[in-house]
Design a protein around this ligand. Structure first.
Ligand code: BGC
Ligand code: NOJ
Length: 807
């Protein structure tokens, strides 16, 4: 069942049934002011950091689930409704929620009154614009009241939900004719405030939540709205909100537009106040003036759309498969932007209060983002590398506001260091810019500890070389990519975090997955070293790579697939010898990508096993059989009920590894088959089962052993986005940035007979036409001339190159 449809021309997903199986959300913002927007107008806003600088409040775990947002109440002769359906839940005569790239539009109608609400964050400013237009479609004059309301968060989102004994005393606001300013803690140490502004003078306001709703009412039936009034309440403590009320009269066919703006302002310390306790509003006024007319809003909205048109013109495909094109051209790239911005911090599943920017996560997010904005990628790489320690190990995350690493969600994940090489090598391939290697980059953000970035890569490699276990395989540390494979955790205490506890540091548990990574990225680092003339160092590293490769062949092969790990007692994990968890997907993907045991047919066998044992209707499950019991020696992986999360769901992030690995062994049909299985556009028709947004990837889809087989969770913030972008563009379409130029090495399935790709690479626009007759032969032709090899010779003089590939 579908709840809407794709509108590819407008780059939108149009939700036409508000009863979606879960909130279907969208993101706004690019450089500091970010918002989440659900299909019922729910969500929240923050500046840079969803934990430390939350602007509006959101109540997680609520009933109903999606509560808190920007709510517009229309009281039309006693019928009270919202353009986004919630919170009043009045049945609408028509409803559309158009989620677009960085904006959402609601188009709703009730009793011949039409409401159009356009919401977005402009490119250049720290604010969210909500432009609301009401049109009277009836033959009679309508007299209505409109309330526009948001609820402030007292900045630190964790403290806001916990420290009530203090917080219910500190809320402060200032109010004028059309703006409500939220200035809690501004008198003391904060230099920032926010505001909710309207472009016309309101007819009443409220800024105290309990007064607005009435103590025993809720967002569904706020007293002010029910009574078509405002109490002009001035919040002092408790929960400050901002509500503007308007009495509106509309003649038949008349329209009225009001622009609401939620803004964020920082003042230099010496300019904080206008007078004693009165905030200096100069910057706020400037911001307000920029979006006070429909023309100004239209201009900013057009700029946003143009920005996306330009971004999406960098990589674009037209093939004979609509769904593939739609994902590659629009939604997958859009999701890559969002994961780049958010890492794993703020979604409807990630509260934004737990995790900041992940070392591993953000490195991987770059793989699908780099082509969009290389300059931002470069900056991000340096931020991430700056939380590395001198020995090559790393903090696992940093808060975006402070950019300082912290161990709140654990540390000592031994895969982390290698992801930095993945990101940097891909950056160089995309841009040809080796100068990044010289960028002075601190360790643990300590001033004075700066070393060229290349020394960070050396530290990464060295960390693995110096941390090996009894089989010569890399030690796993707290865990590797699979955060739930906690082989040194041995937790017995209820509630103890698997991510931070280590009750038995065996110094022995090893990871075959990290071995695969080391071989893949070790070779990559060696290539970089060769390219900058460090031949000797490169060959030393290749020797180390060879050692790990040999150890993997010897101890990491189980007969039909790669072993997953060795536990603290050197027992195998992910082997036919185990009762449960006999095969895990991760090393099958990575070791095949790294071509370990290629001449022995390992990759082929491993991927056959993946197809036979792990593949279900919705993709490839992470392991099989699921753990039935808790295994203290394995940790969190065995804590999940069967078929969920790391215990046997389709953990979508590693599916593209299987896609890529299949193209490495030349199995193009299977690569595309895996691609399609968990691709949201292909699951749109079964949205009632899949449940999450049909336009973005989710982290996990419940596996065959789960009660809710096929149900996805944790949409949006997943490494699936960037890896799938990489798999689709670089493995399936085969448009591969390489050190010396653009390589074209497609692995199209038979069902795609033709693909025309436009790719802007290092300033040159390549038009690549791929004809797939599945002949098994490859021929590249440039301007009618046959060319040997698969790399397009780089020629700066030619800004446009047309290439034909016959397969
Ligand atoms: C989840 C993992 C996640 C980890 C780190 C675990 O509970 O299952 O997917 O990576 O927490 O926060
Ligand atoms: C989600 C985390 O964000 C990611 O870092 C991890 O690799 C996967 N879970 C697998 O555990």
């Amino acid at each position: 069942m579908k709840y809407g449809h794709f509108d590819d021309e407008r780059y939108e997903y149009v939700i036409t049934n508000y009863n979606t199986p879960l909130p279907w959300i969208n993101y706004f913002g690019q450089d500091g002011f970010f918002s989440l927007m659900s299909n019922t107008c729910g969500g929240y806003m923050f500046y840079k950091d969803a934990k430390l600088r939350r602007i509006t409040r959101f109540r997680y775990n609520n009933v109903p689930r999606d509560y808190g947002g920007r709510y517009y109440y229309i009281n039309d002769n006693g019928t009270i409704w919202n353009p986004g359906f919630l919170p009043v839940k009045t049945k609408l005569d028509s409803y559309k929620c158009r989620h677009g790239l960085g904006y959402t539009v609601f188009e709703s109608e009730k009793n011949k009154l039409k409401c159009e609400l356009l919401c977005f964050v402009p490119l250049k400013d720290l604010c969210e614009i909500n432009q609301l237009t009401l049109t009277n479609l009836s033959n009679e004059t309508k007299k209505i009241t409109l309330h526009g309301v948001i609820e402030w968060c007292l900045w630190n989102a964790v403290d806001d939900q916990t420290n009530f004994q203090r917080n219910w005393n500190i809320g402060e606001v200032e109010i004028d004719d059309n703006t409500i300013y939220h200035k809690t803690e501004y008198r003391e140490r904060r230099n920032h405030y926010s505001f909710f502004h309207t472009n016309i003078k309101h007819d009443g306001f409220d800024s105290d939540l309990d007064t607005f709703t009435g103590l025993y009412n809720s967002w569904c039936d706020p007293s002010a709205v029910m009574n078509k009034t405002s109490y002009n309440s001035k919040a002092s403590g408790w929960s400050p909100i901002a509500s503007h009320m308007f009495n509106i009269e509309l003649k038949p066919n008349e329209s009225k537009t009001i622009i609401f703006q939620t803004g964020y302002v920082e003042n230099p310390d010496e300019e904080k106040f206008e007078s004693m306790h009165v905030i200096n509003k100069k910057r706020a006024y400037e911001l307000q003036q920029k979006y006070n007319t429909k023309d100004q809003v239209l201009k900013a909205f057009t700029e946003l759309k143009e920005k996306w048109m330009n971004l999406l013109s960098i990589l674009n495909v037209k093939s004979d498969n609509d769904k593939f094109d739609r994902m590659v051209n629009i939604w997958n790239q859009y999701q890559c932007m969002v994961t780049f911005n958010m890492s794993r911090s703020a979604s409807y599943y990630e509260s934004g209060t737990g995790r900041g920017m992940g070392f591993r996560d953000s490195c991987q997010d770059l793989l699908g983002f780099l082509h969009l904005i290389p300059e931002k990628s470069r900056e991000r790489i340096i931020d991430i590398a700056s939380i590395q320690f001198e020995d090559g190990s790393t903090y696992h995350q940093y808060q975006p506001l402070t950019k300082r690493g912290n161990a709140d969600i654990g540390g000592g994940f031994n895969d982390d260091p290698l992801w930095l090489i993945a990101a940097v090598s891909q950056y160089i391939k995309e841009t040809g810019d080796y100068t990044i290697l010289n960028d002075p980059t601190p360790f643990n953000n300590k001033e004075g500890s700066e070393k060229p970035l290349i020394d960070h890569l050396r530290a990464s490699i060295n960390y693995i070389i110096t941390h090996k276990g009894p089989h010569g395989l890399p030690l796993i540390g707290r865990a590797d990519w699979n955060d739930c494979l906690n082989l040194n955790c041995f937790s017995k205490t209820p509630g103890e975090s698997f991510q931070t506890a280590s009750n038995f540091e065996s110094g022995k548990a090893e990871s075959v997955f990290i071995a695969g990574m080391f071989v893949l990225y070790g070779k990559e680092f060696a290539t970089i070293l060769k390219n900058i003339g460090n031949e000797k160092e490169a060959s030393n590293i290749l020797k180390e790579v060879k050692d790990v490769e040999d150890a993997t062949i010897k101890y990491g092969w189980d007969g039909n697939w790669f072993v997953r790990a060795y536990d603290a007692f050197s027992n195998k994990v992910g082997s036919h010898e185990c009762e449960d968890g006999q095969i895990y997907v991760e090393p099958q993907g990575f070791c095949t990508m790294a071509r370990i045991g290629e001449s022995l047919g390992y990759g082929k066998k491993a991927l056959d096993s993946v197809e036979k044992i792990l593949t279900n209707d919705y993709g490839v499950e992470i392991l099989h059989p699921c753990y039935k019991e808790y295994h203290i020696e394995l940790g969190e992986v065995s804590s999940y009920p069967m078929g969920y999360k790391e215990n046997g769901s389709v953990f979508c992030h590693n599916n593209p590894w299987i896609v890529i690995a299949n193209t490495v062994i030349g199995n193009n049909e299977r690569a595309f088959d895996v691609y399609k299985r968990n691709c949201p556009a292909y699951l749109e028709e079964v949205s009632e089962i899949h449940k999450t947004e049909p336009f973005v990837y989710s982290q996990t889809i419940a596996g065959r052993d789960a009660k809710n087989y096929g149900e996805a969770k944790n949409s949006w913030l997943t490494g699936t986005a960037s890896w799938t972008m990489y798999a689709a563009s670089q493995a399936i379409l085969g448009i591969k940035p390489d050190y010396d130029g653009l390589m074209i090495d497609p692995h199209l399935p038979k069902e795609i007979k033709h693909a025309s790709v436009t790719r802007v690479f290092r300033g040159i626009t390549y038009h690549v036409n791929i004809n797939n007759t599945s002949s098994g032969n490859y021929q590249m032709t440039i301007n009618g001339k046959n060319i040997d090899g698969k790399i397009i010779p780089f020629n700066k003089e030619n800004p446009e190159v047309t290439v034909v590939i016959n397969l």
